[in-house]
Write a protein that binds this ligand. Structure first.
Ligand SMILES: Nc1ncnc2c1ncn2[C@@H]1O[C@H](COP(=O)(O)OP(=O)(O)O)[C@@H](O)[C@H]1O
Ligand SMILES: [Mg+2]
Length: 458
């Protein structure tokens, strides 16, 4: 059957017979992917077709490659309509424009702020040239080109991301119970939610981070699969137990969506410490093993013990940054002095020996801060100002207030038969069904943004 659009007698026949009945279906545009008489501001388009179905119709910088089709009366000279088509394509960010009066068919491509004629044929040649037209503005080829472009952008993004070096943050204070573990796990979740590849390392023998990320759900000692594969083995010297990060890393279990990678700790770290302490190299081994995974992770977060022992030393030697959670109370402030001395006398010397620069203190993070209005108004500002003034330490911009949701989410359990199984959650997971957790989730989200900004990750 020969289709001859030159037999169209007026503009509306060019629209109905050539475009609606012939071109759109031949080019693969189903009725849900094209629109007729589209008004955008002062612009009125005859036809707008999308490679990908868009509901609702949006036209912005990200709108999928699409085609405008303009039908003219057979007596109209197409040359007169090119400036208008150029205006449509460039101002609406549309990739292609088809212009026809039935006697002639032209296709223009948008190139920056201009258009270029990329195809031209007589109306009666349309069937013979259909494949050429399809290659240019057929729905499948546009979709493929769009997919290719998207993949190219993804590859580009990934390459750019890869250029950003992995950053390691230790969460440390000489004082216990100030919220180190709470901050470590929920900051890890916040960064993971931002799309960062996060490794969380538990270097505290209390193994609270290991618990909080869902790795201690077993009920009986014989089910303990962490004892022989945990963070100790990363610090241990030589032999077959000298394992790499890939040998001991686990995925958190039901903790957060997306989950994070975790290097677990174990209560046996305490009794095993004397062995490590015999070798100075134990303090630098974690830092060296982290070097090997610098292309796999964006951020490493280390939860530490409230001590000045070998585990604390190994943590601070491996970290680029230090965050010090503190309730800002007098006892905690005294701990700040020993943190500073520890860094001055031991940590920075270890680092210097390894050719690493001094650890950067990102800041003291006010943590477990009372919600009491009077406290926030009068005492808290004084407590804050003491940190830079008396201790010459920077403060983080954000703070974490005291909220029961933060302990509830770690201590959540599931009852299965007659067993009560731990089912700990990040504050973000918990906030999905506990509206009382939303404020704390917000504080951690905001902390995550500050940390990324301060690490110059974005
Ligand atoms: N912001 C907070 N609001 C309420 N409870 C908190 C908060 N931060 C920590 N806690 C609770 O305080 C206790 C000690 O916190 P944790 O994070 O384990 O401190 P650390 O690791 O410094 O010992 C835990 O029971 C924890 O649930
Ligand atoms: Mg802890």
């Amino acid at each position: 059957m020969l289709f001859n659009p030159e037999l169209c007698r007026n503009e509306s026949e060019v629209e109905s017979k050539l475009i609606v009945q012939y071109l759109l279906p031949q080019l693969g545009y189903t009725p849900d992917t094209w629109h007729q008489e589209v008004a955008v501001g002062s612009i009125r388009l005859d036809f707008l077709a999308f490679a990908v179905q868009v509901v609702p119709l949006v036209l912005d910088a990200n709108s999928p490659l699409s085609v405008v089709m303009e039908a003219k009366h057979p007596k109209q000279n197409l040359n007169h309509h090119v400036p208008r088509l150029r205006h449509y394509l460039t101002s609406l960010n549309v990739g292609y424009g088809l212009l026809t009066n039935g006697r002639e068919i032209r296709i223009y491509e948008k190139v920056n702020s201009d258009v270029k004629l990329v195809f031209q044929c007589a109306g009666k040649e349309v069937e013979a040239k259909l494949e050429d037209i399809k290659d240019l503005i057929g729905r499948d080829s546009l979709k493929n080109r769009q997919l290719k472009k998207k993949l190219e952008i993804q590859v580009l993004n990934r390459e750019q991301e890869r250029q950003l070096p992995m950053k390691t943050i230790a969460i440390y204070h000489h004082k216990g119970g100030v919220g180190k573990t709470t901050v470590a796990v929920n900051l890890a979740a916040a960064l993971s939610n931002q799309g960062k590849r996060v490794l969380l390392i538990d270097l505290d023998a209390q193994a609270n981070t290991t618990f909080a990320t869902g790795l201690i759900k077993f009920q009986f000692e014989e089910d303990d699969d962490l004892k022989e594969r945990n963070v100790f083995h990363l610090l241990d010297a030589g032999g077959e137990n000298n394992l790499l990060i890939s040998d001991v890393v686990r995925k958190s279990n039901g903790f957060n969506q997306p989950e994070v990678d975790v290097i677990p700790s174990h209560i046996t770290l305490i009794e095993r410490q004397p062995k490590l302490a015999m070798y100075g190299a134990s303090r630098t081994r974690l830092a060296k093993k982290l070097e090997l995974v610098k292309d796999i992770y964006d951020v490493v977060i280390i939860d530490t013990p409230p001590s000045l022992d070998l585990y604390a030393s190994a943590s601070l030697t491996a970290a680029d940054y230090l965050i010090i959670p503190s309730d800002l109370k007098p006892f905690s402030n005294q701990g700040l002095v020993s943190v500073k001395n520890f860094i001055k006398t031991e940590i920075n010397e270890n680092r210097e020996n390894m050719g690493k620069q001094a650890i950067r203190i990102m800041g003291v993070l006010p943590s477990k801060i009372s919600n009491n209005n009077q406290y926030i108004k009068y005492t808290f500002p004084k407590h804050r100002s003491v940190i830079p003034e008396r201790y010459q330490l920077p403060l983080m911009d954000n703070m974490i207030t005291e909220r029961t949701a933060l302990s509830h989410c770690i201590n959540k359990t599931l009852v299965v038969g007659n067993l009560e199984i731990p089912d700990p959650k990040s504050i973000f997971e918990f906030a999905r069904y506990e509206s009382s957790a939303s404020q704390a989730a917000f504080e951690f989200e905001s902390l995550g943004l500050e940390v990324v900004r301060k690490m110059e990750l974005n």
